[in-house]
Design a protein around this ligand. Structure first.
Ligand SMILES: C[S@@+](CC[C@H](N)C(=O)[O-])C[C@H]1O[C@@H](n2cnc3c(N)ncnc32)[C@H](O)[C@@H]1O
Length: 331
């Protein structure tokens, strides 16, 4: 009797595991099919992409080393797919249980003043707990943020007031916000899309309060499933072309190089999705201060003003991006 029950349980567990494996497999297959739709939408949208932001990235046309994986015009890809982005990925995310992971990450860990980078179309909006004080959603793509703004239109006035949208480059986020200004810093599925994910993670640590938290939900290569990683490697270029996303990055390496103090890490989907709760490293926060001190000294001694020039030009960039954004907001 007992062995019968055990057998039935084992069969049930086996079926559930196979269904889960099949769902993940078909999701990856499905992505392969849907990229064709995205490519079509991209071609259409490219014609319309007149935003000044689209031309603000340096051209690398002269370089015969071009690949989508190292594309410095990545934001343009997101500008072009912004309108179809949610439609294209919602089903995949549902099948993979990502809404649950998003909800759990934010519900259990987000508090106080929150900064979200690479916020895209605002797919986390619904999952912020009531206890958060303010949430600033930032992204380099104004078109992606406009989708988030549309979602906020359905929120009650009180809930809406908590959220701010801001066009900002995560790699230079301390040029927009002072160090240690946020209790929680969030990035979901951004490390695959940032040009320099390590540089971004270092910036996030600087802008996070010393006792604050950095919450990450990311995807990358699997350490345990070689076949799956081979598939990701083989199709990385095409996937990056269509989605602006490098899906085979080494997340362990990135986290380690960025010096984060990881408090909790769980891997999902055969090791391709990472759910991470971490703290900023005081060493990294210090690093920047030391670099700044040195560069200030250089400026003072040399009177060349090279550093000041760089700061001015980055402020100009921030100012220009947000002038565009404010113009759009007033439409
Ligand atoms: C794959 S999407 C993820 C969107 C959203 N976080 C989510 O969970 O669905 C990556 C986003 O990062 C943005 N992005 C890319 N490079 C960026 C950068 N340097 N700074 C800020 N956002 C960036 C893109 O515009 C895009 O909206």
């Amino acid at each position: 009797m007992a062995s019968n029950l055990l057998l039935r349980r084992a069969a049930l567990a086996g079926t559930a595991a196979s269904a889960y494996a099949a769902a993940v497999y078909f999701t990856y297959q499905f992505m392969t099919v849907t990229v064709e739709n995205v490519a079509a939408a991209q071609t259409k949208a490219k014609a319309k992409a007149t935003s000044e932001l689209s031309t603000s990235h340096p051209s690398n046309d002269h370089c015969n080393c071009y690949t989508s994986i190292t594309d410095p015009k990545r934001t343009l890809t997101f500008q072009n797919i912004a309108q179809v982005y949610d439609d294209q990925i919602s089903r995949d995310e549902m099948v993979m249980g990502l809404p649950l992971l998003r909800r759990s990450l934010l519900y259990f860990n987000a508090t106080g003043d929150v900064l979200e980078v690479g916020a895209g179309t605002g797919r986390n909006l619904d999952y912020y707990p009531g206890c958060v004080h303010k949430v600033v959603l930032t992204d380099t793509s104004d078109q992606m943020l406009l989708q988030a703004r549309d979602k906020l239109k359905d929120y009650s006035t009180i809930n809406k007031a908590k959220f701010e949208l801001f066009v900002a480059d995560a790699q230079h986020i301390t040029e927009y916000y002072p160090e240690s200004s946020f209790d929680t810093v969030v990035d979901t599925f951004g490390l695959c899309s940032f040009d320099d994910p390590v540089a971004v993670l270092k910036e996030l640590q600087r802008v996070c309060k010393p006792n604050g938290k950095i919450l990450l939900l990311e995807h990358g290569r699997s350490k345990s499933w070689k076949g799956l990683t081979n598939y990701l490697d083989k199709n990385a270029e095409r996937h990056a072309t269509n989605w602006g996303c490098v899906w085979n990055r080494d997340l362990d390496g990135i986290l380690e190089e960025a010096g984060l103090e990881v408090e909790k890490l769980s891997a999902w989907h055969f090791g391709t999705t990472y759910y991470v709760v971490c703290k900023p490293s005081l060493k990294v926060k210090q690093e920047k201060k030391e670099v700044r001190k040195v560069s200030n000294g250089f400026e003072a001694n040399d009177a060349a003003g090279a550093g000041a020039g760089a700061a001015a030009s980055s402020n100009e960039k921030g100012g220009r991006l947000n002038t565009i954004w404010n113009t759009i907001l007033r439409r």
